[in-house]
Design a protein around this ligand. Sequence first.
Ligand code: GTP
Ligand code: MG
Length: 295
Amino acid sequence: MKAGTVAVIGRANAGKSTLVNVLVGEKVAIVSPKPQTTRDRILGILNEAGAQVVFADTPGIYKAGTALSGRMLRTAESTAKDVELILFVHDGHKGVSEEDIALMKRYQSVGVPMLIAYTKTDIMPAENIPQDVKEICEGGVSCDVYPVSARKGRGIEKLRRAIVAALPEGEPLFPEDIVSDKSERFMLGEIMREKILLKYDKEIPHGIAVLVTKFERGQNGVAEVALDIVCEKPNHKAILIGKQGAALKEVLSFARKDMEKFLGCKVFLTGYVKVKEGWRDSANLLHEYGYDEER
Ligand SMILES: Nc1nc2c(ncn2[C@@H]2O[C@H](COP(=O)(O)OP(=O)(O)OP(=O)(O)O)[C@@H](O)[C@H]2O)c(=O)[nH]1
Ligand SMILES: [Mg+2]
């Protein structure tokens, strides 16, 4: 059978996690309109007759400002080296700049076969596509470009076929009944982070870590989830909580609904907001919140 790992690489906010979710057919990674949504390497596993594709979703390429973003960048870099294929995701609706071409060439020079997914074609004029593809080729990038819309599901099947065809023959790396390497506990924390990314301005979510402190499925079919929402500043804490706790209540309620869908049972969710100044630059706290480089 065809089997292998595909590193999904590209700029922050390009649409990598959305594409991985669509290719796998299940939500394995959270998505938001804000750059730097994905912080860890997340494996999404696609099983089909005669093939197993392991997609390694990575944090988007973005200039590093904190120890956390430095780690995120290194996660993307190291993932690209140890795979059978690189899927470079490009946000087509932003056009193609010289820096984009330079980045594509840099990943092509890793020496692993590469395909380009040119995504978000649903929010751009279709006539720009051939010109952009030509520019990519003439810029010296010698790999196939697949225009897709992850949101509308366009071009996905063709891309999936091309990915499978590019993989070597091999044995599956994971059992066929799992879709992700991450635990339910990890996903619960990510669902909370996704709702915070969607609700608050970007200065706040970028400084958030979510620590799941309790996850227990009770006899009564209710899962009890407690988490700490760690932020960087006292004024962020005040914004997160809102007037008489209204903002926190709302964001917890959004998260709870998604957690119930994810776990398939009722969820009793409690969340506490805590302040840890400078946690994004503290090696100990990065470790405590699960942002280690080697895992
Ligand atoms: N219109 C449209 N929007 C898309 C498409 N794919 C992704 N998006 C949107 O683009 C934004 C970023 O998507 P993500 O999947 O989180 O992007 P990412 O590359 O994983 O981002 P980081 O994890 O921050 O690097 C979200 O608002 C998505 O809904 C698409 O095909 N069409
Ligand atoms: Mg992502």
